[in-house]
Design a protein around this ligand. Structure first.
Ligand code: SF4
Length: 195
């Protein structure tokens, strides 16, 4: 992790992100999506990158996957407004492809500054890209999810599946992505309730 910039407020940082042209995604995005939520949250959720709906509105997790994500939070009485939600890359990659390494490297300082400003106790990564990046791991998300990892500054990382993956795998049988996510969100809630 680089030395994050913390002389700004979270909103000032968001304004900087909205104007950012550090990488070529600035040429194809409609709006950068800095993230939103409670700047004092003890948990941050970090997805991969904005999709089409997010790109149009400048807000994170508002499309179909985002709506499912909100319902997952509600299922364990986590109010979406009480947490902070962002992505590892703040601008939409064309055709919703995964962000590549150079895009992630250029954008990561923004996430690092958000983490430094919010100072969460837990970071929940959603999907394979943020889990592999923050954990510096090549393990598949199916092996990382549902486990607790110690990270910089005493923060715990808890990887979960991305909600868009759950939309593509609707089954709820034991061991299915949805059933595993149900277990994961209950585990997250259990630990959040200890703070
Ligand atoms: S993806 Fe990140 S680094 Fe690239 S233009 Fe957007 S905010 Fe800047």
């Amino acid at each position: 992790m680089n030395t994050p910039v913390t002389e700004f407020t979270i909103e000032e940082l968001a304004d900087t992100i909205r104007k950012c042209q550090k990488c070529h995604l600035s040429r194809t995005r409609k709006m950068a999506v800095p993230g939103e939520g409670n700047p004092n949250s003890i948990v941050m959720f970090v997805g991969e990158a904005p999709g089409g709906d997010e790109d149009r509105e400048g807000l994170p997790f508002i499309g179909r996957a985002g709506q499912l994500f909100t319902r997952i939070l509600q299922s364990v009485q986590i109010d979406r407004k009480s947490v902070f939600i962002t992505n590892i890359v703040k601008c939409r990659p064309p055709e919703n492809r995964n962000p590549n390494k150079s895009e992630i490297d250029l954008c990561l300082p923004y996430l690092e500054s958000q983490i430094a400003l919010i100072n969460p106790k837990i970071i929940v990564t959603l999907g394979s890209v943020p889990a592999k990046c923050l954990l510096n791991s090549e393990e598949a998300i199916s092996r990382l999810r549902g486990k607790w990892f110690s990270w910089t500054g005493g923060i715990k990382i808890f990887p979960m599946f991305h909600p868009s993956y759950l939309l593509r795998h609707q089954e709820t049988t034991p061991g299915s992505p949805k059933e595993l996510t149900w277990r994961d969100i209950q585990e997250l809630k259990r630990v959040l309730d200890t703070f």
